[in-house]
Design a protein around this ligand. Structure first.
Ligand code: ADP
Ligand code: MG
Length: 161
């Protein structure tokens, strides 16, 4: 299923992400698509806020993988594969160790190369600009898995409240 929502500000994107974070549990994989500056890292910030992560969130553009503790045995991985251009490089940073471990919630910016190698259910969120308005973005949540469809349905419900 697919669900589109418009955000009219950075702050609204954070609020949407906070609402979405309620549905995230260990083992979840979230792929974040969209051009530079589209709002992927901002969205991750909102998720971290929603999950109660207090530490400063930095973009992993250079570090590739950032790790945050949520609570005992629950951690969040924020990856950014913009600088990696082959599947070997991506596997070499150890992403599979996190992707297939129920301890981790994994959020990935620039997931395109990895995508076809992922052997589990994932959700994709695509961020796109609106030409008319610099502060607006369309967020498209897309799932091809029952597991994520169920979460998406409930997410839609709470946003409509
Ligand atoms: P990405 O990780 O996709 O490259 P960032 O989240 O780092 O993008 O940057 C998004 C930029 O766009 C920030 O400077 C933010 O202030 C700005 N912005 C403007 N409007 C929005 C919006 N509606 N949602 C998210 N970011 C927005
Ligand atoms: Mg980013």
């Amino acid at each position: 299923m697919e669900y589109l929502i418009t955000s009219n500000s950075e702050n609204q994107t954070i609020k949407i992400a906070e609402a979405f974070s309620i549905f995230l549990t260990g083992g979840d994989a979230v792929l974040l698509n969209g051009e530079l500056g589209a709002g992927k890292t901002t969205f991750v910030n909102g998720i971290c806020k929603g999950l109660g992560i207090k530490s400063q969130i930095n973009s992993p553009s250079f570090t590739i993988l950032n790790k945050y503790i949520i609570k005992k045995n629950k951690e969040l991985i924020h990856a950014d594969f913009y600088r990696l251009d082959s599947i070997d490089e991506i596997i070499n940073v150890g992403i599979e160790e996190f992707l297939y471990d129920p301890k981790y919630i994994v959020l990935i910016e620039w997931p395109e190369i990895l995508k076809s190698s992922i052997k589990k259910e994932y959700i994709e969120i695509t961020f796109s600009y609106l030409v008319e308005d610099y502060n607006s973005r369309v967020l498209t949540f897309k799932s091809n898995f029952n597991y994520w469809d169920a979460k998406l349905k409930n997410f839609k419900k709470i946003l409509k409240l």
